[in-house]
Write a protein that binds this ligand. Structure first.
Ligand code: EPZ
Length: 420
């Protein structure tokens, strides 16, 4: 199992270009299935979840060629509509391929994605979306088979999501682009990754209106065409490295990142004492932090609220700060698991249901800790930068699912961090 060694405390400095967004590129790769031709994606991150999605697309019959950060997907011929269990268990977000397969071939088959350490993560809203669009869903044990009822094509419909689920919104977009008629999705998610998926689909020839709002209108088209799309910087990876500066202090410049994708986290970091310059035109964020962060109170929400994926990295720097903080996790019911590991590093954290009370103090203690989930693992690296001595983080394979190379990136920012 992969380990990371962090030697703290460390002041960060330097400039770093941010990798392409994991949560934007995965649905775009699924979208490529909708076109019997070539879709080229650029600025694709080199991460395990992308490798997993490439394996699934190849299993289904696509030809995928990777040259550096450019990924060419040729989905002219498909040979299967079934997503193998091994891939679904490895990456639960592969369930959005059901919508793409229904849109392309009128049928799709997948196993039920399990929950994970951050919550049960049911897919009831996904299945409701597909039924609304005229799919017959057969649930047999942990298998899901979906078939377009009316002659192999889905039918446009108007419906409201009971919750602005990111995945269910992606499911609706992928299933409705080639459906007959018009689809109106009310209560849709508005995350930047959803906007990018809509822009990518429109670039492919789809007709989607209301991008960036909670009401998406999709006019079904007969077919799509070859296209090329550039993936924007990963706001959660950028937010993780900004949290690292909050914990360790210093001054860095992040490039290839859209500041308005991180408005609420940036506002909170300023409230905690950081000096931040946001350049929307140059797509850069400069941050400097010369004191320990003061306590904050915030809750996680769907976009444009505070993103749940940055909850653990924020908890990490607040644990190494000064003052009292209150964090409410309102998106996933089980996303405080990392608190136990932070407590092993001397973090003073009390969990009460969906609320975490953090009493900051600096520095934290070095320890041997375990990364149990993707963002929680990255949060331990953030905390270790504010701990004295060597911290060893085990089981870092989780981190590799979403970060190209967190050690490489932090070394560019002058941290003493290495794989071990
Ligand atoms: C996406 O997950 C992201 N994953 C998550 O990032 C992110 O935390 C989440 O959106 C919220 O922003 C990808 O994009 C690959 P949801 P998703 O559907 O789509 C409940 C990371 O670290 N729900 O918006 O699964 C669900 O249980 C990952 O990169 C239902 O009840 O998130 C949760 O409580 C972690 N029924 C809430 O909605 C459903 O059918 C939000 O889930 C679907 C969701």
């Amino acid at each position: 199992m992969s380990r990371i060694h962090v030697y703290g405390p460390a002041r960060l400095s330097g400039e770093l270009s941010i990798q392409g967004s994991k949560n934007a590129v995965l649905p775009m790769m699924a979208a490529a299935l909708l076109h019997k031709g070539i879709t080229v994606l650029t600025n694709v991150p080199t991460i395990q979840d992308v490798d997993c999605m490439v394996s699934i697309l190849r299993y289904i019959g696509c030809r995928c060629n990777r040259r550096g950060s450019t990924l060419e997907i040729d989905a002219t011929f498909l040979r299967s509509v079934k997503i193998p269990d091994c891939y679904v268990s490895q990456m639960r977000s592969s369930v959005i391929l059901l919508g793409a397969l229904l849109g392309r071939a009128g049928e799709g088959d997948s196993s039920y994605p399990g929950g994970c350490l951050i919550g049960a993560r049911p897919i009831d809203i996904h299945l409701e979306v597909l039924r609304n669009l005229g799919a017959e869903i057969l649930e047999d044990g942990d298998r899901i088979s979906a078939k377009a009822a009316c002659g192999g094509k889905l039918c446009g419909a108007q419906f409201q999501l009971r919750y602005p689920s990111v995945g269910a919104t992606e499911q609706a977009l992928l299933a409705s682009v080639l459906a007959d008629g018009i689809t109106v999705v009310q209560g849709a998610a508005r995350e930047p990754e959803i906007c990018q998926l809509c822009q990518c689909l429109n670039r492919m020839g789809a007709i989607i209106r209301g991008v960036g709002t909670d009401t998406l209108t999709i006019k079904g088209v007969e077919k799509l065409h070859d296209s090329r799309f550039d993936v924007r910087g990963d706001r959660i990876v950028a937010g993780t490295y900004l949290a690292a500066v909050m914990a360790a202090s210093g001054s860095i410049l992040l490039k290839d990142i859209t500041p308005s994708d991180l408005t609420v986290p940036l506002d909170l970091m300023e409230q905690a004492g950081a000096c931040i310059i946001r350049d929307e035109v140059k797509e850069q964020i400069a941050i400097s932090m010369e004191s320990h962060p003061v306590g904050l109170q915030f809750e996680t929400e769907p976009y444009p609220g505070f993103p749940t994926d940055l909850q653990s990295p924020f908890m990490a720097f607040l644990a190494a700060g000064e003052g009292e903080s209150l964090i409410r996790e309102q998106v996933f019911e089980g996303r405080f698991a990392t608190a136990e590991e932070l407590k092993r590093m001397g973090g003073v954290i009390r969990i009460n249901g969906r609320e975490a009370y953090v009493t900051g103090h600096y520095p934290l203690k070095n320890a041997k800790v375990k990364a149990r989930v993707l963002r929680g693992g990255a949060a331990l690296v953030v905390a270790a930068l504010a701990a004295e001595g060597e911290t060893v983080i085990e089981d870092c394979r989780h981190i590799e699912r979403g970060y190209e190379d967190i050690c490489r990136d932090l070394r560019v920012l002058n941290a003493d961090v290495r794989w071990g």
